[in-house]
Design a binder for this molecule. Structure first.
Ligand SMILES: [Zn+2]
Length: 345
């Protein structure tokens, strides 16, 4: 950490090695009031550390975490905010990594580099909400992947721009904002003085998807077996699930079941009769255990649902009336995965 309390009670923020060298007082942690020392080596920025075990308000410090906090503080200043590092809020016993201040408005930035459970992230977000503070969560290097999945879901946020994730690579000095569209991701890369846009398109891997379903059956994955049991009641085989369940997915992280499985459950429930709109809307509630603490489950499911209905409509399977979704023709199931793959060729 960069901030500690001196014996006279004043808070000292470490800014560089020079300053750290000149400090010879005793310091304590502003959260737990236990003694801290100064580490002033060559590899990391000068920082305080608990002489004993770190307290609950302190994240284990790593080089990316220290650099990231400094980087975000600097970025805030370039945006015209006043930045404060490690602001401790005794009422909620939380230490914000960085706070940006302007005109009486405060924005908390949490830069997460260590593991953190979904529950802990939710709890810390609620803590800030009690103080009327908005918190922006930014994921560190351990959360970098090519495509967002369950590991990134806890950072998913919903803004006017849509579903977004934020990542900071402090060594490269770049903050990236990902906006998750159905068929692509817009990446906005922010250096302190430069912005660049990139687009990443999802490629449909239909053959691989079909084979993955078959593998799920072969390895008796419980979620796939539950689907298979339901399909069997209708004389169907999940290995031959219609192609449309793999096509044009919404690709949002945090769902309790893979999107193709949600779509398959939906087909098994609704494919044999006209679909009452109220029943269709109610169907999605059973999957509301979404792992996205910053976004209501219903918002995620609604996006998945809309995409699915749009795909069925566009493909000519469904048409909409005021009370019903009506089948023009339900999608075709195949007897086996081989029959399904042959149809693709
Ligand atoms: Zn402490």
């Amino acid at each position: 950490m960069f901030v500690a309390q001196a014996e006279n009670g004043r808070l000292v923020t470490l800014r560089d090695h020079q300053q750290a060298k000149a400090l010879h007082e005793r310091f304590v942690c502003p959260a737990c009031l236990r003694p801290v020392g100064i580490r002033n080596g060559a590899l990391m920025p000068a920082h305080f550390y608990h002489l004993g075990p770190p307290c609950a308000a302190s994240e284990a410090e790593s080089l990316p975490h220290l650099l990231g906090k400094q980087w975000l503080a600097t970025l805030g200043e370039q945006f015209g905010y006043r930045s404060e590092l490690e602001v401790y809020y005794p009422a909620i016993k939380q230490r914000a990594d960085v706070v940006w201040l302007r005109g009486g408005k405060r924005t908390v930035l949490e830069y997460q580099c260590s593991p953190l459970s979904v529950e802990a992230l939710a709890r810390r977000t609620e803590g800030y909400a009690k103080l009327d503070l908005v918190v922006i969560w930014i994921a560190g290097p351990r959360y970098f992947d090519r495509w967002p999945a369950s590991k990134q879901a806890k950072f998913l946020r919903y803004t006017a721009g849509g579903f977004q994730l934020l990542f900071l690579d402090p060594q490269a000095g770049v903050l990236s904002q990902w906006t998750l569209h159905a068929d692509h991701i817009d990446q906005r890369l922010q250096w302190p003085n430069r912005v660049q846009q990139r687009r990443l398109d999802y490629a449909e891997r239909l053959v691989a998807e079909a084979k993955a379903v078959q593998a799920g059956l072969r390895f008796r994955e419980p979620k796939v077996m539950a689907l298979q049991a339901q399909a069997a009641k209708q004389g169907l085989n999940v290995a031959g699930v219609p192609w449309v369940v793999h096509q044009q997915l919404r690709h949002l992280p945090g769902l309790v079941l893979p999107e193709w499985q949600l779509r398959t459950w939906w087909l098994l429930q609704f494919q044999t009769a006209p679909i009452q709109k109220a029943a269709e809307a109610a169907f999605w509630h059973q999957f509301s255990q979404v792992r996205t603490p910053l976004v209501p489950a219903q918002a995620v499911l609604e996006a998945v649902r809309r995409q699915w209905l749009a795909v069925l409509k566009q493909a000519g399977y469904l048409q909409e009336t005021s009370l019903f979704w009506q089948w023009r023709q339900p999608p075709n199931w195949y007897a086996t995965v081989n029959e399904k793959l042959q149809q693709l060729r």
